[in-house]
Design a protein around this ligand. Structure first.
Ligand code: UFG
Length: 322
């Protein structure tokens, strides 16, 4: 039985469905602070609790016969992490400590951890980012994700676990019309909201050293990301005692803000060309993943492009708005 923490969230709900389709037994623990119960199949055992609730975690692991954990539950808003750093350390690191302790106590030895490209901070160059690139987070969110990787490595080493830390790049799209990203924190939903209110999308900076002057990111479809989780489970199942393996999860291809806006215009039939405004603090010019390690280790690679992401996200967004 795989326990998915944060399984009622945007990404977690996709992961749960993909794991079910792979034939695995799945249960969810989620405090529903941002998650939505209805996104999880009623047949999936559901524990309404925080991962920091030691008794609930212990009971869930024991009663459900958990043999592996995918830990997605976390706070993920960069700006909020700057406002409330200690809360981020509590939620992302304190709760993880409880979870790892309870897994160790119960002898659960398979772990998949959600990390982020935020661990890399502001890379010095615009080269592809490998897993061996320097990790210098520039905000508390990125710092907590990196600390979580360290905790995972040390625990996996100590207890002979097989673990995997997946560094997500820019996740977008929807795998089903009811699985829209409910938060409006990232470029694509922000642009949709601007279109809905007849405002021009804002382009944060047009003087970056990139081909069209706007920031380049590696957008990865949430369905591809969910597939990577299924592959990660298969890997830790097949390789006991392998320690913590760290993988970038992206496409290896960058898209500029302007390119994304052009695709939004084409998909929605509305003018999303946007207006350039000042740079946003802390944005690296380019952040694109080297993904060969994920392919070597998991046999995984992305198969959907930015048009698929915008198209699926737009359909889900319109349903959400109704
Ligand atoms: N952008 C705009 N206009 C907007 C919103 C965003 O031009 O209205 C630009 C940003 O400047 C950036 C790109 O669109 O260049 C993507 O921005 P997002 O806010 O969607 O994503 P980020 O790349 O800033 O951050 C994402 C995740 C973070 C994670 C980070 C890791 O949202 O959680 O990747 O690098 F920390």
């Amino acid at each position: 039985m795989w326990l998915v923490t944060g399984g009622a969230g945007y990404i977690g709900a996709h992961v749960v469905r993909h794991l079910q389709r792979s034939g695995r037994q799945v249960a969810v623990i989620d405090d529903l602070s941002t998650g939505v119960r209805a996104k999880v199949d009623a047949a999936v055992p559901f524990v309404h609790a925080s991962v920091g609730d030691r008794d609930a975690v212990r009971q869930a692991i024991r009663d459900l016969g958990v043999t592996g954990v995918l830990h997605l539950a976390a706070k993920k808003a960069v700006g909020e992490s700057v406002e409330r750093p200690l809360w981020y350390w509590q939620e992302n690191v304190g709760c993880l400590q409880v979870l790892l302790e309870e897994m160790a106590d119960a002898g659960v030895q398979r772990f998949v951890y959600t990390s982020s490209a935020a661990v890399y901070g502001q890379p010095d160059s615009t080269a592809l980012i490998t897993e061996d690139s320097a990790c210098r987070p520039i905000n508390p969110y990125g710092a907590t994700k990196l600390a979580g990787e360290w905790m995972t490595s040390a625990t996996a080493e100590r207890f002979g676990w097989s673990a995997m830390s997946l560094r997500y790049f820019n996740v977008a799209g929807a795998g089903a019309d009811d699985l829209c990203d409910p938060g409006v924190f990232n470029l694509i939903p922000i642009v949709f909201r601007a279109l809905d209110s007849n405002e021009r999308p804002k382009i944060f900076g047009s003087d970056y050293p990139t081909p069209d002057g706007t920031c380049v990111r590696d957008y990865v479809h949430v369905d591809d990301l969910a597939d990577a989780h299924v592959q990660a489970c298969a890997y830790v199942e097949a390789n006991p005692g392998a320690g913590n393996t760290i993988l970038n999860i992206g496409t290896g291809r960058g898209s500029s803000v302007r390119e994304v806006l052009e695709i939004v215009s084409a998909v929605t039939g509305r003018d999303a060309s946007g207006e350039a405004v000042a740079r946003r603090a802390g944005d690296p010019a380019q952040l694109v993943a080297a993904v060969n390690r994920a392919t070597e280790v998991l046999g995984w690679h992305s198969s959907r492009d930015v048009t698929d992401m915008v198209d699926s996200a737009w359909r889900a967004w319109q349903l959400k708005a109704e």
